[in-house]
Design a protein. Structure first.
Length: 210
């Protein structure tokens, strides 16, 4: 189990603008990009990054999680990232200002995305050392109806919560309500599968996960 706190992010205004066009129907203009740069400067101190991740062999993961493994995959890395609740509080306080709320929502999504990619890069470096390829990261938000990629009978929110508990997310300041399966909006849980490139990769990947 590895945990990291207070790692640096570099939000990308152009990616935020693409999100706003796709999700909020806002056209990208020079004025919008300037507004995104300004909101990032103003609200960046409200982002408190933290991550925790681990790698499990297929044998262990199939006993402890409902993840459905691809045929040739031999291990899975599971990660939870958090940007802290403060940015979400700012967004809620801006509900009467539609543009500001949209800008903060774009920053919120970008910060979560950047946090996850930070962890993914670390895991990919480990996988390369063990002659394994990595699948793209998958989170509950990526699953059609919250179902694809899960064992039969499992629900997306339940999976996210169970994986978060398995990781021990309280170690990075994430409090879960046992009565509610959904994880907080400032948290994202994702997983990546390891697939061997060479014949000896299976043994080496198991060593990393041990």
């Amino acid at each position: 189990m590895t945990k990291i706190k207070n790692f640096r992010l570099t939000p990308r205004p152009r990616e935020m603008a693409r999100w706003l066009k796709r999700e909020r129907g806002l056209e990208t203009t020079p004025e919008l990009e300037l507004a995104l740069e300004q909101i990032t400067k103003d609200a960046k101190q409200s982002i408190e990054t933290a991550a925790i991740y681990t790698t499990l062999t297929r044998q262990v993961a199939e006993k402890t999680t409902p993840l459905a493994f691809p045929h040739k995959s031999i291990a899975v890395s599971i990660a939870a990232v958090s940007i802290g609740p403060a940015l979400g509080t700012l967004r809620e306080a801006s509900h009467s200002d539609a543009l500001k709320e949209s800008l903060l929502s774009a920053l919120h999504q970008e910060a979560l995305s950047q946090s996850l990619h930070f962890v993914v890069r670390l895991v990919q470096d480990q996988a390369k050392e063990e002659d394994c390829d990595m699948s793209p990261p998958v989170s509950i938000e990526d699953l059609p109806n919250g179902q694809a990629g899960l064992s039969a009978g499992k629900q997306g929110p339940d999976l996210a919560s169970s994986l978060a508990i398995l990781l021990g997310v309280q170690r990075i300041g994430i409090a879960l309500d046992a009565s509610i399966p959904e994880i907080p909006p400032h948290v994202r849980v994702a997983w990546l599968f390891w697939t061997p490139i060479g014949k000896a990769a299976n043994r080496r990947a198991e060593k990393v996960a041990a």
